[in-house]
Design a protein around this ligand. Structure first.
Ligand code: AMP
Ligand code: ZN
Length: 460
């Protein structure tokens, strides 16, 4: 049940736009897209909000390190704004290629500084902040539920802390809300505030923007599992600490994409991007299919082999779909529609049971291979499944169906030309078909055609 019947508010932490998003990041956005599509399939109108972090995210998720945007700008010789624009565009290009539905609201941190300042003031009024060394910190001792969602054991963490702790902090887990001083000679991005010219901490942007666009209580907050111990823990302290109420009803976190046993990470030097996959002859939707092969709460291991398997499975699927589209006019065997509907019900049940996509794919393949169900009933249900999966079933059906009509007309014209012994015309049509990847064979039992090289989608 959502807070407002028929509506679901969903906030997803967006990219820090200082480098290409890697396939690991994209796995998280893909799982969020599947969640959104599943909610929509349940009949919810989803208000999906995503932030763009273009200030304040330090190279460490806590208060250590240097602003990622500024570091990237310095390395490239571009301005911070140019860097942000470049990587934001690249991110949304990748999202479109992966059929990730665009969020209802995309909001930039730099355009919401007044909201952040207002929220820090609210926290200050409740006595949750202190000023030290020119900066404003959150005093976690004023918020006893701190770390509960993440099940943090603060004493243990404190004992094991290896990080350099800001001498001005009363507790190592206190975190910066507003900085006017830092150890870096910076800063291209500074704003006036009641605490002096400075810039916000990273965590405050998500509390401020989620509240602005979804209200002080909303349904779902998503992100990758790395956000659990610091970023989302701090967000809860800020949002709930300001209102006195739990702000988010459900936290949903996606597990990592791993490579050789380690998290794919910008800092890890083991990352791959979607453009690199495309250069290696993968379709972006092969990556989407690959991600659907693991449950979002399980780690998923990225490998060339895994990608190749996903590509061939998706191609096989689309070929089957295309074949169905050509046959879809035939009559259905008795009971076929019921069986197809049963598959649809199973598919939905698995999708609604914590987004179990591997089981959804198993149901899909069961239906594709079921000899008791005819082409039209299969195609109808597969198209519905693609509203959640979005792996290209819809077009494979219609493209090939359209192609089939046109090809049939061409093949018939060629047969008529041959019957009239007009071999010039017949050969011209055969050549035209060949340029489109279609091989025509004249057999004693009639004309046959097939796709050259097994290619399923020659260009029209
Ligand atoms: P960032 O741009 O670093 O803020 O990360 C964007 C999103 O990607 C966040 O929700 C992260 O939790 C998520 N993320 C980062 N690394 C991975 C990974 N290896 N696998 C899955 N998600 C990740
Ligand atoms: Zn966030």
């Amino acid at each position: 049940m959502s807070l407002v019947e028929g509506h679901a508010g969903m906030y997803c932490c967006g990219p820090t736009v200082y480098l290409d998003q890697h396939l690991g990041n994209l796995r998280t956005y893909l799982f969020e897209d599947v969640l959104r599509r599943t909610l929509e399939d349940c009949g919810y109108r989803v208000r999906h909000v995503m932030n763009i972090t273009d200030v304040g995210h330090l190279t460490d998720d806590g208060d250590q390190g240097e602003d990622k945007m500024i570091k990237s700008a310095r390395a490239s010789g571009l301005s911070v704004e140019q860097i942000a624009e470049h990587y934001t565009d690249q991110f949304f290009r990748d999202c479109r290629a992966l059929r990730i539905i665009e969020p209802t609201v995309v909001c930039k941190a730099t355009e919401h500084i007044p909201d952040m300042i207002a929220l820090i003031e609210r926290l200050a009024e409740r006595g949750r902040t202190y000023r030290a060394g020119g900066n404003v910190f959150y005093d976690i001792s004023t918020f006893p539920p701190y770390g509960r969602m993440a099940r943090l054991d603060l004493d243990e963490l404190q004992a094991g802390a290896r990080i350099e702790v800001d001498v001005h902090k009363r507790s190592p887990h206190d975190f910066g809300l507003w900085f006017t001083k830092s150890k870096f000679e910076r800063q291209a991005m500074l704003w006036e505030s009641p605490w002096g010219r400075g810039y916000p901490g990273w965590h405050i942007e998500c509390s401020a923007m989620s509240m602005r666009y979804l209200g002080e209580r909303f349904d779902i907050h998503c992100g990758g599992v790395d956000h659990i111990p610091v970023h989302h823990t701090n967000e809860i302290a800020q949002s709930d600490g300001a209102t006195g109420e739990p702000c988010v009803r459900y936290w949903v976190h996606g597990e990592f994409l791993v490579i050789d046993g380690a998290r794919m990470a910008k800092s890890g030097g083991n990352l791959a991007t979607l453009s690199e996959l495309v250069e290696r002859d993968f379709d972006p939707l092969d990556y989407r299919y690959f991600c659907l092969g693991a449950h979002y709460r399980d780690q998923h291991t990225f490998s060339e082999q895994g990608m190749a398997a996903a590509r061939s499975a998706r191609r096989r699927l689309l070929d089957r779909v295309a074949g169905l589209a050509e046959l879809a006019a035939g009559a259905e065997p008795p009971g076929a529609e019921e069986l197809a509907e049963e598959a649809w019900r199973d598919f939905r049940r698995h999708a609604r049971n914590d987004l179990h996509m591997p089981r959804c794919l198993a149901v899909l393949w069961g239906l594709v291979k079921d000899p008791r169900v005819g082409a039209a009933a299969k195609l109808d249900v597969l198209r519905r499944m693609d509203r959640i999966l979005a792996v290209g079933i819809e077009e494979a059906g219609s493209r090939r169906a359209g192609l089939a009509v046109e090809l049939r007309a061409l093949i018939e014209r060629r047969s008529a030309a041959r019957a009239e012994r007009d071999f010039v015309t017949a050969d011209r049509i055969r050549d035209e078909l060949a340029t489109r990847g279609i091989l025509v064979e004249d057999r004693p039992d009639g004309v046959r055609w097939r796709f050259i090289n097994g290619k399923s989608s020659p260009k029209l």
